[in-house]
Write a protein that binds this ligand. Structure first.
Ligand SMILES: *[C@@H]1O[C@H](CO)[C@@H](O)[C@H](O)[C@H]1NC(C)=O
Ligand SMILES: *[C@@H]1O[C@H](CO)[C@@H](O)[C@H](O)[C@H]1NC(C)=O
Ligand SMILES: *[C@@H]1O[C@H](CO)[C@@H](O)[C@H](O)[C@H]1NC(C)=O
Ligand SMILES: *[C@@H]1O[C@H](CO)[C@@H](O)[C@H](O)[C@H]1NC(C)=O
Ligand SMILES: *[C@@H]1O[C@H](CO)[C@@H](O)[C@H](O)[C@H]1NC(C)=O
Ligand SMILES: *[C@@H]1O[C@H](CO)[C@@H](O)[C@H](O)[C@H]1NC(C)=O
Ligand SMILES: *[C@@H]1O[C@H](CO)[C@@H](O)[C@H](O)[C@H]1NC(C)=O
Ligand SMILES: *[C@@H]1O[C@H](CO)[C@@H](O)[C@H](O)[C@H]1NC(C)=O
Length: 440
């Protein structure tokens, strides 16, 4: 036992480092994924400017979940924010110099959050006030945008004298994003609603933020378990995949704590999980079951299970890489979109919940799971149940890569009867076709 405890965390840490060491901020399944923050100066004022700031999430499958984004920057000079629409600075800072008109924020490094839904109409602008929740581009481009307006004072008042803010930070809600310097780009062009008149920003600058899982979390946040119709072994998640169990970091399902009213209410922004005790200690487990073998098709059941009592995963996404996904024929109970990062690859795709049906993966407990089944058409050249081929190559939940079991632990096709039967049926099928061709 002692040995196990020593070896497993070490082994999983090594594997994790191996998986992610080369990755950095680059994601091979979403090579152009980023969040772009665009500042459009709409007008100059006597002491500064009015700008509309637009946050666009171009990431295919990584959204910003509740409690939403937090955007920070450092002013280049002594700028202040006179007012904001559609968002607010979290702190006013020291505005004691101002006696008559009091600015909204005097901090040198303001921190801004979105407003919650339902604010009065005159405090809104388009794409604001969603509690900082932003969809992934793959799931819904129309809600992958968040905007606010601010009026800046004590700033330059022309495109020659204005200084760009520096040192942008984007938290969303974790700390996984790194932002570039602001760079001046072609001024944005806006079309009037009837599309008959163009207006142009006075000046525009962009900031690009990219995600790194290593930065977001030192250990994985999900894992994969497996089973199949041809082998009764259930391959569990690797032990200590996301951390090791101890008396303090988890609760058993019959714990008294769970019957306390309000225990599920997340206490703060940081979402420290309240986990069910498991051997993997992951907040989320994805189970892949190879369910049935038809002549030309095969069938998989996917389940996603939540072990965190403090989070309802809204707008969750599941990304899977498997060479047979290019012949995915039917998906039950989930939506699906192929991911084609390069024109030649079509082996990965994103699954997500159906709106108002299962787009929320509920907190741990009896409702804390979502499920789907897939039917894939066998690609006769490569299809096999041998050597774990039927299991996914990579799995991501909410944009974070999940820990997989080691390949030699996958449920294996027995060498004897079933294997023969399965390959026989394939061979027979092929022979039949050959014979038909020969006869004709
Ligand atoms: C950000 O994403 C967009 C959309 O995928 C892409 O066009 C742009 O080149 C990306 N920017 C950077 C700096 O990677
Ligand atoms: C600054 O504004 C002037 C006049 O509006 C324009 O001609 C010029 O191209 C702008 N320069 C930049 C760098 O945007
Ligand atoms: C940039 O921001 C980070 C985090 O907010 C801070 O630690 C750092 O000192 C800042 N750098 C400058 C030059 O303001
Ligand atoms: C600036 O950001 C916008 C998205 O808000 C994007 O459409 C545009 O291409 C970006 N410009 C540059 C030069 O990256
Ligand atoms: C999850 O959603 C349900 C139903 O909306 C709610 O009762 C519960 O308090 C939520 N749990 C958390 C952890 O937010
Ligand atoms: C990719 O695979 C999907 C099935 O998952 C198929 O519908 C789609 O046509 C394929 N796209 C390309 C470009 O091959
Ligand atoms: C599988 O999909 C590829 C392209 O995505 C296609 O060329 C091939 O014919 C398909 N195989 C079957 C058995 O449908
Ligand atoms: C089922 O798979 C496991 C590997 O996970 C293997 O050890 C076992 O021998 C397989 N069972 C049979 C009957 O082949």
């Amino acid at each position: 036992m002692e040995l196990d405890r020593f070896i497993y965390p070490f082994a999983s840490a090594v594997v994790f480092a191996m998986i992610f060491s080369q990755a950095g901020a680059f994601d091979p399944l979403d090579p152009n994924g980023n969040i772009t923050i665009k500042w459009d100066v709409m007008s100059w004022t006597p002491d500064g400017y009015v700008a509309v700031v637009t946050i666009t999430n171009f990431q295919m499958y990584r959204h910003i979940m509740s409690p939403g984004w937090t955007l920070g920057w450092t002013w280049a000079k002594k700028e202040i924010i006179w007012s904001m629409v559609g968002a607010q600075a979290t702190e006013q800072g020291d505005c004691s110099k101002f006696k008559i008109n009091i600015p909204h924020c005097c901090k040198r490094n303001p921190t801004v959050v979105d407003l919650l839904p339902g604010v009065p109409y005159n405090q809104q602008i388009a794409n604001c006030c969603k509690g900082g929740v932003v969809s992934s581009w793959g799931q819904d481009p129309s809600t992958a945008v968040s905007s606010f307006q601010l009026s800046v004072g004590q700033s330059g008042t022309t495109n020659k004298t204005v200084r760009l803010p520096k040192n942008f930070t984007l938290l969303g809600p974790g700390r996984g994003y790194t932002c570039s310097q602001a760079t001046i780009v072609q001024p944005s062009v806006f079309l009037s609603s009837d599309g008959r008149r163009q207006t142009q920003a006075m000046m525009t600058w962009n900031v690009t933020c990219t995600y790194s899982q290593m930065l977001a979390s030192p250990s994985p946040t999900c894992c994969v378990s497996m089973s199949s119709f041809y082998n009764s072994t259930i391959t569990p998640c690797p032990t200590c995949a996301c951390g090791c169990q101890n008396k303090k970091n988890c609760v058993s399902s019959d714990s008294n704590i769970l019957s306390v009213v309000g225990v599920n209410t997340p206490p703060t922004q940081d979402n420290t999980p309240l986990l069910l005790c498991t051997q993997h200690m992951c907040p989320v487990r994805v189970h892949w079951h190879v369910k049935l073998n038809y002549k030309d098709y095969w069938r998989v059941k996917i389940s996603i299970i939540n072990f965190n009592y403090l989070v309802n995963y809204t707008q969750w996404t599941l990304v899977v890489q498997h060479p047979n996904l290019n012949n995915l024929t039917q998906v039950f109970s989930f939506d699906y979109k192929p991911l084609i990062p390069y024109p030649s690859t079509n082996d990965s795709g994103m699954f997500y919940g159906i709106k108002f049906y299962n787009d929320v993966l509920m907190e741990a407990g009896p409702d804390g799971n979502v499920q789907s089944e897939l039917i894939l058409e066998k690609d006769t050249n490569t299809f096999t149940f041998n050597q774990g081929w039927a299991f996914p190559r990579k799995v991501y939940f909410n944009g974070d890569e999940c820990m997989m079991p080691l390949p030699d632990e996958y449920p294996y096709l027995p060498n004897s009867a079933i294997a023969n039967w399965i390959s026989m049926s394939t061979i027979l099928g092929a022979l039949l076709i050959l014979e038909l061709i020969a006869f004709w």
